[in-house]
Design a binder for this molecule. Structure first.
Ligand code: GDP
Ligand code: MG
Ligand code: K
Length: 279
């Protein structure tokens, strides 16, 4: 029997624990992680001839490593390297939920999106062409209602397909960050590519973006590299140029471009419902 390690990643309250419970037959408390001690819950089950290890990770809005939850999820993804990530998103709140998705895309994980709380989207009259959206972002999307279990079998069928390399939507997409930022990424990426110690764990593009953002964890990863001083010098130069040109600090500039990418993809595929969004 093949074993597939999967991890549930998503914003707080998107339905990860409900999905974990329904998939693994566990009876974990549905609720937020409180306090600073964060821990991933692990479950096991068989489905369709495969053995699944499933991890329910703490909820995060991004992977900037600013909160204990974000740091935990990042370390987990780096150290445990799950076979397939399940990015759980709230169907009626995609603008916000897909921000984390753009970061996971940058990290180049094999991934499936559970378009959860699909019942609420339908009830509100919202519409989404999720197949088209999935093709655009290179990640298969499966509607789910993790509270009732609707769509969960299809989700796991899709996870198996992705694991076996059989899904046609899977494709590496660059979240385009606009000319100004892309012009800063390119030289950094090229320098990273030439230093073999840089590329072991993450793609050069991901490292270049995180370097521009001034990410402390990525700096730590790169500290031992021969090209580290040159990298940092180039980084400072590029950041200065981007901030001057866009008249904005680098982190906001990158975040804005990511939201722009999401808006663009949703404009083509998504019609929100009438009901007021309370989350
Ligand atoms: P987590 O924080 O991501 O682990 O989310 P939970 O599983 O704790 O769910 C948060 C809340 O959303 C709970 O009240 C769940 O019952 C509810 N919920 C989860 N999945 C769904 C769904 O598909 N549809 C609806 N309507 N509610 C859901
Ligand atoms: Mg939970
Ligand atoms: K709810």
């Amino acid at each position: 029997t093949k074993t597939i390690n999967i991890a549930l990643v998503g914003n707080p309250n998107c339905g990860k624990t409900s999905l974990f419970n329904i998939a693994s037959g566990a009876h974990e408390h549905v609720g937020n992680y409180s306090g600073v001690t964060v821990d991933a819950k692990q479950g096991f089950f068989e489905y369709n001839g495969y053995h699944f290890n499933i991890y329910d990770l703490p909820g995060t809005y991004s992977l900037s490593a600013y909160s204990p939850e974000e740091l935990y999820v990042r370390r987990y993804l780096k150290d445990e390297t799950p076979d397939v990530l399940v990015n759980v998103v709230v169907a009626s709140n995609l603008e916000r939920n897909l921000y984390l998705t753009t970061e996971l895309i940058d990290m180049d994980y094999r991934m499936v999106i559970a378009l959860n709380m699909f019942d609420e989207l339908e009830q509100s009259g919202g519409k989404i062409d999720y197949q088209h959206l999935g093709n655009m972002i290179g990640v298969p999307i499966v509607p789910t209602v993790s509270r009732s279990g609707k769509g969960v079998n299809q989700l796991f069928d899709t996870i198996i397909d992705v694991y076996e390399g059989r899904n046609e939507a899977v494709r590496h997409v660059h979240v385009n960050l606009g000319n100004v930022i892309e012009n800063g990424i390119t030289p950094l990426k090229n320098m990273l590519k030439q230093d073999p110690t840089c590329t072991r764990e993450f793609s050069p593009r991901y490292l270049a973006i995180k370097l521009l953002e001034g990410d402390a964890e990525v700096k730590k990863i790169l500290e031992g590299a021969d090209s580290y001083p040159a990298l940092m010098k180039l980084r400072d130069q590029e950041v200065k140029e981007i901030e001057t040109t866009l008249n904005e600090d680098i982190e906001s500039a990158i975040a804005n471009e990511k939201y722009g990418f999401i808006s663009g993809a949703l404009a083509e595929t998504y019609t929100p419902g009438d009901k007021e969004e309370t989350k």
